[in-house]
Design a protein around this ligand. Sequence first.
Ligand SMILES: [Zn+2]
Length: 275
Amino acid sequence: MSEDHHVPGPPSDIADTLNAWRDLFQRKHADDIEGLNVLDATEDPIFSFYVDFADIDGDDLLSYRFNEYPEQTIELANEVLRSMCSEHTDVRCVLRPLVFPDEKIVSVSDLRMRNRSKLVSLIVNVKDVGPRLGYLKRARYVCTDCGHQEFVDQRVARERKRPGAPCKVCYDEAKKALNGDISYPLFRHLNSLLQLASEGSFYQDIQYLNVQNHDATNEQAIQIIVDDEYVDAYKVGSTIRVNGVVYIDPIPDRSFIKDTRRILQVRALSIEEVS
Ligand SMILES: [Zn+2]
């Protein structure tokens, strides 16, 4: 487990979550993983790995982690999938939790700020499809002095996050040489050594869909953020069920002091077509 994952909870919880995912995949999806042999990354670089919500919910730890920290818990699942699938295929497996219980269904107009980070299911009509956007999902920083590298996970439409501290290797070396006496200018210098590297940074395709509730009793629209294989997969007019996480984003270009409005978005974890 690398330290750049800022997943809430003690490290033992993270290790337990990784183990729980591995256990679930072995129990329920051994055949799926075996079957990955036939996939070819030149044809389709991404494989949607479907897991039933009920199976996640059936494990106490996964159920708790997934409901409380959905995105981080899925990232951990994807990490396990990467290692389990790598011997069968070079296709990237992406966990898609499906068949959310109906109690998760909400109407667009029911969404509130207090639903932030909650798992929801929306049945919506696509009104508008935005352009395909590449966003830096994981930035690789390299120390220009010693070559030490660090990875920093980024969020969509946010200022780029730098590593939280200077290069460890250079910092420790300087501390040793100076008997622990690191001046602020030196600290700043050490901090500047870590530079973003384009190679090894991971970009992900995303797209914004503008949607309205399927029953159209309310004209209110909301943005859905889709990624990977869901980009360019839906047309205006299609009806889809989006299972995802509620996001709250500042309105772009607002004046920071006067305008405290936020917009609600839903980051899609999985999408089902509704006929
Ligand atoms: Zn360094």
